[in-house]
Design a protein around this ligand. Structure first.
Ligand code: IMP
Length: 222
């Protein structure tokens, strides 16, 4: 076996970044997520250009997994296959334990129509009404979940997986104008804010998505 004399022995090769293109596709068409990722990736100072899949005319994947992890991998492979580039996908949503963790992976289409935030919020409020009436003084717990999957190529057998969890309570009525999705119903008692009344920077500092990105970055630097 021959060794190339061009190899710098002092260079610490990073197995998770080695051989990656410096353009990665972000497998999401969700405007709210894209705005958050723009900030998060800018702060991460990666030596990589992140291209939202919509800019490459890549349609949403068919999400037929049963868990956030399965769907994140499906989306990442789909974007990577369509683009020929490494891809990162986010599958996220809200789990409410008293509803058996619904809406869960169906968060975007809880009320039937994909991405209709106000209808989804109205359905969540309605679905919790009986439980709330029975125990008016008991807060209803909710958990935002974000799973990120990164594949170096479409058939990558070793996707990088990162997961962030964010605990809060579900309000009876929306509060706050920022964010997207279920943010106006997601109350953080220790901050006295909803996810929608936090600034974008403050949400990213503590959110499920912010936590997942930090984990992903750690794995990329291993
Ligand atoms: P996905 O695009 O299939 O992962 O669905 C994500 C859905 O989960 C969104 O459409 C929102 O309803 C919800 N969701 C995920 N992350 C957040 C968040 O940070 N705030 C509010 N809702 C979120």
């Amino acid at each position: 076996m021959t060794h190339s004399s061009a190899v710098d022995p002092t260079r610490k090769e990073n197995s998770n970044q080695a051989n990656l293109s410096n353009q990665w596709v972000l497998a999401s068409n969700n405007k709210g997520k894209l705005a958050e990722f723009k900030r998060l990736f800018a702060e991460a100072n990666l030596d990589v250009t992140i291209i939202p899949q919509g800019q490459l005319d890549i349609e949403d994947a068919i999400e037929d997994g049963l868990s956030f992890i399965e769907n994140a991998i499906i989306k990442a492979r789909h974007a990577s296959r369509a683009s020929g580039l490494p891809a990162i996908a986010d599958d996220s949503g809200l789990c409410v334990p008293v509803l058996g963790n619904a809406p869960g992976i169906y968060s975007a289409r809880y009320a039937g129509e994909h991405g209709n935030d106000s209808k989804n919020n109205a359905k969540l409020i309605a679905d919790l009404q009986l439980i709330r009436n029975a125990n008016p003084d008991t807060p209803i717990a909710g958990l935002f979940v974000c799973v990120l999957a990164m594949v170096r190529h479409a058939d990558d057998p070793l996707p990088i997986i990162a997961q962030g969890l964010w605990q809060g309570e579900i309000l009876e009525a929306p509060y706050g104008d920022g964010g997207f999705g279920y943010d106006p119903l997601f109350w953080l008692p220790e901050l006295q804010h909803t996810a929608a009344s936090l600034s974008a920077a403050d949400k990213n500092n503590v959110s499920h998505r912010g936590q997942a990105i930090q984990q992903l970055l750690k794995q990329l630097s291993l």
